[in-house]
Design a protein around this ligand. Structure first.
Ligand SMILES: [Zn+2]
Length: 224
């Protein structure tokens, strides 16, 4: 079976979503793009605790099943649509995590309320994609438009979250950050009026986090 390591990573991240409490039941899904441009996606309706690498379904970028005995996730069109729109994306994680989805149900996006948001978005803002029925091409379009080129996360109105990364592990860690940021924003809004970072502050911290302008030290023969 092709892509064993990538299948293993997709299955591991699916289990981590359950273990972390970000997903309950089968409400989330994970995918990764293969070197050939096809997509490995978690199957529909399977308990992720028992998910094995061979259960992960291989589909083409239009969602046609290439390999696998199980049905791919019902949200596969959203995953494949994002890969078609963003060549730099290698993995997609989708959840209904509680705080981020709470904001999405309020119709809120997340403003630059904390510097860690710059790891998810150049502008420090997390956009909100409009509502439409799950599993549709329309939702894929709305999610891709919300992500644009500069966001690695977005909220889906009345639905949940999307994060993207080069690898499933990276998309997962961004989901963890997104949920933390959503909880902080929700709590600050309940308690009062949050102080937002200015565009200059966002730019400065984004440059620092991305290591902009930093040159790698030349390796020495001092071992580690
Ligand atoms: Zn969903």
């Amino acid at each position: 079976m092709k892509y064993h390591d990538l299948r293993e990573e997709v299955a591991r991240v699916a289990r981590q979503l359950i273990d972390s409490g970000l997903v309950t039941g089968t409400s989330g899904n994970v995918s990764a793009s293969t070197p050939e441009g096809d997509v490995l996606v978690t199957p529909s309706g399977i308990d992720y605790e028992e998910l094995e690498p061979e259960d992960v379904v291989l589909v083409d970028v239009e969602g046609k099943v290439l390999e696998g005995s199980l049905e791919p996730s019902s949200e596969t069109p959203m995953h494949t649509g994002i890969y078609r729109a963003r060549a730099d994306v290698g993995a997609v994680v989708h959840t209904h995590s509680v705080f981020a989805t709470t904001l999405a149900c309020l119709g809120w996006s997340i403003p630059p309320v904390h510097y860690m948001l710059t790891t998810l978005s150049e502008s420090g803002r997390i956009p909100l994609a409009p509502y439409t029925t799950y599993g549709t091409e329309e939702l894929a379009d709305y999610a891709s438009e919300a992500l644009g080129e500069g966001h690695n996360a977005c909220l889906l109105q009345n639905h949940g979250t999307i994060t993207v990364g080069e690898r499933p592990e990276e998309a997962f860690s961004r989901t963890v950050v997104l949920e933390e940021m959503a909880e902080i924003y929700y709590r600050t809004r309940i308690a009062g009026e949050p102080i937002l970072l200015s565009p200059e502050q966002v730019e400065e911290v984004a440059a620092k986090i991305s290591g902009y302008g930093q040159t790698k030290p030349v390796s020495t023969d001092q071992g580690e």
